[in-house]
Design a protein. Structure first.
Length: 95
């Protein structure tokens, strides 16, 4: 998440399973929007999304949790072809 205006701002921390004909992976992330708003548009139209878990948290905590998980599971990072990528595609992991 970028441009946090306030560390105490409430955001959504999420785990989502993405599935397409070519890929299946988990994405973790933080958004100040609803999950539906965050993943609208043609970029995501090739994927079915299954929200595994989402929770409203203060921004500072959500960003710290995201960072900690990305570091803890770095060996499980999922590689996706650049042309199939999307905003946040570096925060995806193997199932």
């Amino acid at each position: 998440m970028t441009n946090l205006e306030c560390k105490e701002q409430e955001v959504i921390f999420y785990f989502i399973k993405f599935t397409s004909e070519s890929y299946t992976f988990i994405k973790i992330g933080v958004t100040s929007q609803t999950i539906k708003q965050r993943f609208k548009g043609s970029t995501y139209s090739n994927y079915s999304l299954d929200v595994i878990r989402s929770k409203k948290l203060p921004a500072y905590l959500a960003v710290q949790m995201e960072t900690d998980l990305m570091l803890a599971f770095v060996k499980d990072r999922y590689n996706i072809i650049q042309k199939d990528g999307f905003k946040g595609y570096t925060e995806i992991f193997n199932l």
